[in-house]
Design a protein around this ligand. Structure first.
Ligand code: ADP
Length: 456
């Protein structure tokens, strides 16, 4: 059976069931008391009628039965001889077959029907032997006792009361839980759109209850988080700016040193300075780019970009790395595959992905770049036959500074920023990037870009 998870439904079911139990309890109590009362009345009535007839037939001759026969007092009263043969009064087959017994009024059941029966034995009037029985009776069918109208009202009223309880309960809980829907909606929207500016919608005339307090508190918390994130971004942006000039100076001085170095050792040292300065310079430009994208300050220079051409250039840029590992990088894209995008940024996307294919590829392996258009999109794939990515890391690799293997790729100046930058650039173009990977078989990264962007 499906488990009911909605609190609204659970509260409604709980109160409706409680109401049902309460109504049932009250009905049973009232029913039992009034049934007993009714039976007492019936018994009194039967005894009274039998007594009246008994008095009337007390001393008269046998023929007087027929005189009283027409009397309305004979209603539900009949007279039998001592052999049980019907003599006079109201005859009822079921009742006539019940054994005669003197004593108090009693309840007898015949063919599932219940009767109150009261017998008294009288001495024989003149001309009759042995005496006779006077029997009073009344059906005690519960419907008759309580009355049809009472039953009908119960059958109508109970479902209506239960329905009103269920609807009322559901309406009240739904209204009370409305702020939770808003909270869930806002939280989902913030996650989906990565937009920390959104706040939970709080109506000005909302009741100041616990859920309202929760919404206000969450909004305050979102204010704080947004401020912290903004401060952190601002810091990254400022720090990167500040680092740019000294790094350029170190790079220039290092290159100069490399030029004037005489000995091999001096050249080695100068080269290390240049390499490391280049690494820091790359890192700083990545950070600056991302700070600009985060702050919506990165302007895109849209143009018709030849995907095949930029894939070729990106491949050429990383040729040294590929050759060092004897990896074959192939580009198989039909000519005239164009996409409207920022050429420089798109090229850095491809360069990063191809570069990763080489870094995490195996000696003598392959990296293949392909593209196809489908609907209003172009799908560019970069496929390698390298180490692959474990399932549990797939979602995390897009995070800033996230790296699986810090040591092994130090030689490439890896910093864990490449894929997060790829993602930011692709999303800035209104596209999506995804990956499929199998350990020790390889990975396929797919960049899906709209052929034409709504911002164009
Ligand atoms: P890094 O500078 O470390 O390469 P990235 O952001 O480019 O940073 O990648 C993040 C992590 O994702 C890498 O450390 C690596 O473990 C994994 N990764 C990226 N591309 C590939 C690939 N083609 N094959 C296997 N692992 C990859």
């Amino acid at each position: 059976m499906k488990k009911i998870t909605s609190i609204k439904a659970r509260i409604t079911i709980w109160y409706t069931t409680l109401m049902f139990i309460l109504i049932a309890f009250v009905l049973i109590l009232v029913g039992t008391v009034s049934y007993k009362q009714a039976i007492d009345n019936v018994e009194k009535d039967v005894v009274l009628r039998v007594s009246i007839i008994s008095e009337k037939t007390g001393k008269g001759p046998m023929g007087m039965f027929h005189t009283v026969n027409s009397n309305r007092d004979f209603k539900n009263v009949s007279i039998y001889d001592t052999d049980g043969e019907y003599i006079a009064g109201q005859y009822m087959y079921d009742v006539a077959n019940i054994e005669f017994k003197e004593g108090k009024p009693r309840r007898e059941t015949v063919d599932g029907k219940e009767y109150v029966v009261y017998d008294i034995k009288k001495v024989a009037p003149p001309g009759m032997h042995g005496g006779f029985w006077i029997r009073g009776f009344e059906s005690v069918n519960s419907t008759v006792i309580l009355g049809r109208s009472a039953y009908t009202s119960i059958l109508i009223i109970v479902p209506i009361v239960l329905l009103l309880t269920a609807l009322g309960g559901f309406y009240i809980t739904r209204k009370a839980f409305m702020p939770i829907n808003n909270i869930v909606h806002t939280a989902n929207s913030i996650c989906e759109q990565n937009d920390l500016k959104q706040r939970i919608d709080i109506s000005p005339d909302a009741k100041k209850d616990e859920l309202n307090n929760l919404s206000v508190t969450l909004n305050n918390m979102l204010d704080k988080i947004e401020n912290l994130v903004l401060q952190e971004k601002q810091f990254t942006s400022d720090a990167s700016h500040e680092l740019r000039t000294p790094i350029s100076v170190i790079l220039a001085q290092g290159e100069y040193l490399l030029d004037i170095a005489d000995t091999v050792k001096e050249k080695e040292l100068a080269q290390t300075i240049v390499d490391k300065a280049n690494q820091i310079s790359k890192l700083v430009s990545h950070l600056l780019l991302m700070a600009r994208i985060d702050g919506n300050r990165q302007k895109l220079k849209y143009e018709n970009v030849d995907v095949c051409l930029i894939a070729d250039i990106a491949t050429e840029n990383v040729k040294g790395m590929a050759d060092a590992k004897n990896i074959d990088v192939s580009v198989d894209i039909t000519e005239n595959t164009f996409v409207y995008a920022d050429e420089i940024l798109l090229m850095s996307v491809l360069e990063n992905l191809i570069c990763n294919g080489i870094k995490y590829g195996v000696e003598g392996g392959n990296v293949a770049v392909t593209a196809n258009t489908e609907g209003g999109f172009v799908n560019i794939t970069v496929k390698d036959d390298g180490v692959g990515i474990p399932k549990e890391h797939i979602d995390k690799i897009w995070g800033r500074f996230y790296r699986l293997d810090n040591v092994r790729n130090d030689e490439y100046g890896s910093n864990g920023l490449g894929l997060s930058m790829v993602k930011s650039i692709v999303e800035l173009h209104g596209g999506k990037v995804s990956v499929e990977s199998v350990i020790n078989k390889g990975s396929v990264f797919t960049v899906r870009l709209p052929l034409f962007n709504k911002n164009n």
